[in-house]
Design a protein around this ligand. Structure first.
Ligand code: ADP
Length: 634
């Protein structure tokens, strides 16, 4: 008999299972039951359109059998089964190979992440078993096969006999250790409670022969003699699960932990969701839904690999695992499921996309999510901020994409750090806190709050006592520019040339100074050789000597972002060097100009420009020249 080898990645996962120190080994049962249920789903689905299957809904079941003598636990189903090839492909390779990309220092943490986030499926059997045997017969095939493995050394597949389509998984349990009592998994009470705990909602009956005992019939004489009755054992087949899916249950029957438990189990997220909603909608769209807002972004959330979507059921039958059409991109973080009678069971994926009813449901779900988020913002600020930290970026992308089409829906959910208390504020809070004379919503951009704090450009706005929104994500300014106006207030960058803050006298004073020094400014600008479009005297600088701003639509921050995108064309903002006319340095420049030292003036221009770039968090173009110039002037 040929021993076949596991694929490399599977082998690693398998090794991890075998040496597992995972604290909830009991989940293997849930995983195997869930596989059985999926397999039955498939055959049941077929039976609806294919009489040849010959089974009715009530014929489908999952059987659990524990045998203490042989230390084996068997999970059997009459689902779709597997062919020899499927046994090879499905059990020799792990589908979720992405799970192994995880790498952390801490073994237990890594294990928790892998098991928690992905559900390790079939291989979890090796956490409790030293040998696993799978006997399976695919529906429509006349041959059955046996897959057998004792772990990493490989597995064998041989032909065997089996009457009906379906699969049996037989686990030979590990010997008990000080830490782990595997024998316990053969105990009927333990099994019953595990099924209740993890698999209660499974739609097909999970059956087990349960041994009860009862007093034996006694003769009248014995009764009169006051004898204690003898007990006898009898066996009864019990259905261990209630089979009603959670979402179909009454809200009043359900506890907070039922919802949370269901979430962890179904979506493999070991951290509790921030919020959930149980929706029972009737009217233009009939559906039940469970919607969850996770507390953390999955590791691949902001990558192409992440697949959004809700599970879609048609009257209790799963028809799609991730129905993307049910969620707009900006709510792609939502997990959950939708069960509707309005959708035909036989609908194909292609047809589903164009289904009118599905669109109605999606609209309604979107509204629910939006309301839930608003409620969270209003009533549970702390949680909302946690949400914002995990998924705020996605909402900001949502505002910017599709030409700002969805901004109305999303703008009230936005948050930015404010200059006032360095706390997150909403746009509404900002506008409500605006001073009467304040015309604009001011913002400043930069890599971090600390960095923005120090930008010279913020001085004037702060001096006026106005709050500034600190935009630290690349997408922020693009999002803000898509909104254009919020509650009739325009957004204004602190670097904009028309901050609308200085009095007309002051403005005129600076104008006059500029005219007076036109030659000087021109000379400085020429010395910078096209790097800036002009050099001006600043109205916004209070203590700093120089800063760099931009004119036109593209800001310096946007320039950075656009140029960091792969194969984006090079875009440069029109840079403006601003000099503080009140600063000492301006007097120096003036006297240099008067004494006609053109060369020195040119060097100063370069120095000041580089300095301004540095403050802005940008690279200076020629660091060596910069350093030489400093030494020279020192
Ligand atoms: P997952 O369930 O996440 O796909 P598993 O490792 O649990 O990963 O199972 C791998 C595959 O093996 C399943 O996708 C399914 O095709 C097949 N499989 C597992 N158990 C059964 C079963 N009881 N009946 C039929 N097929 C099964």
């Amino acid at each position: 008999m040929e021993t076949r080898q596991f694929k490399a990645e599977s082998k690693r996962l398998l090794e991890m299972m075998i040496h597992s120190i995972y604290t909830h080994k009991e989940i293997f049962l849930r995983e195997l039951i869930s596989n059985s249920s999926d397999a039955i789903d498939k055959l049941y689905f077929k039976s609806l359109t294919d009489d040849k299957v010959g089974l009715n809904k009530e014929d489908f079941a999952i059987w659990i059998t524990a045998d203490k003598d042989t230390r084996t636990l068997k999970i059997a189903d009459n689902g779709i089964g597997m062919t020899e090839e499927e046994l090879e492909n499905n059990l020799g390779t792990i589908a979720n190979s992405g799970s192994l990309k995880f790498k952390t220092e801490n073994k237990l943490e890594e294990e928790n992440q892998i098991i928690g986030q992905f559900g390790v499926g079939f291989y979890s059997a090796f956490m409790v078993a030293k040998k696993v045997t799978v006997i399976s017969k695919a529906y429509g095939s006349d041959k059955a096969y046996q897959w057998e493995s004792e772990g990493v050394d490989g597995y064998t597949i041989t032909e065997t006999e089996k009457k009906n389509a379906g699969t049996e998984i037989i686990l030979e349990l590990l010997e008990d250790t000080d830490d782990e009592n595997y024998t316990d998994f053969l105990d009927q009470y333990r099994l019953k409670s595990l099924v209740k705990k993890y698999s209660d909602y499974i739609r097909f009956p999970i059956k087990m022969e349960v041994t009860h005992s009862r007093p034996k019939e006694m003769s009248d004489e014995d009764k009169e003699a006051g004898k204690t009755p003898e007990y006898e054992e009898y066996i009864e087949v019990e259905t261990l699960n209630s089979m009603t899916p959670l979402w179909k249950k009454n809200k009043t029957e359900l506890k907070d932990e039922d919802y949370k438990h269901f979430y962890t189990e179904k979506f493999y997220d070991y951290s509790e969701p921030l919020r959930y909603a149980h929706v029972k909608n009737e009217g233009n769209a009939n559906y039940n839904a469970l919607l969850y807002i996770p507390s953390k972004a999955p590791f691949d959330f902001y990558s192409k690999e992440y697949e959004k979507g809700l599970q879609l059921y048609s009257n209790g039958v799963l028809i799609m695992d991730k129905c993307a059409d049910l969620l707009p991109d900006y709510f792609s973080f939502v997990k959950g499921l939708v069960d509707s009678e309005d959708l035909s069971l036989n609908i194909s994926r292609e047809m589903l996309q164009h289904d009118r009813q599905l669109k109605v449901i999606a609209k309604s779900i979107e509204k629910t999510i939006s309301n839930e988020l608003k409620k969270m913002l209003k009533n549970d600020r702390e949680k909302y901020e946690e949400f914002w930290k995990a998924f705020g970026l996605q909402l900001k992308y949502g505002i910017y994409s599709d030409y700002g089409m969805n901004k109305e829906k999303l703008q009230d959910l936005l948050m930015f750090t404010s200059s006032k208390e360095k706390k997150l504020v909403t746009l509404d809070e900002y506008v409500t806190g605006m001073r009467e004379e304040q015309k604009f919503i001011y913002y400043a951009t930069g890599d971090s709050v600390e960095r923005i704090e120090q930008l010279p450009q913020t001085e004037l706005v702060k001096e006026n006592g106005f709050e500034i929104l600190y935009l630290t994500d690349n997408i922020d300014e693009f999002a803000i520019k898509s909104i254009i106006k919020y509650k009739d207030k325009e957004f204004k960058s602190v670097s904009a040339d028309d901050l609308g803050l200085e009095s007309t006298e002051k403005q005129e004073e600076i104008k006059a100074k500029e005219e007076e020094n036109a030659d000087l400014l021109k000379e400085l600008s020429e010395a910078l050789d096209g790097k800036v479009s002009k050099v001006i005297l600043s109205q916004r600088l209070k203590s700093h000597p120089v800063c760099i701003t931009s004119e036109g639509e593209i800001s310096l921050e946007m320039e950075k972002v656009l140029n960091s995108m792969p194969n984006g064309q090079k875009i440069t903002a029109q840079r403006v060097l601003e000099i503080n006319p009140e600063h000492e340095i301006f007097g120096k420049l003036k006297s240099m100009k008067e004494s006609g030292d053109k060369e020195k003036l040119g060097k100063y221009a370069k120095l000041l420009y580089s300095q301004a770039l540095l403050i802005e968090g940008m690279n200076i173009e020629n660091p060596v020249e910069f350093s030489n110039l400093i030494c020279e002037l020192m």
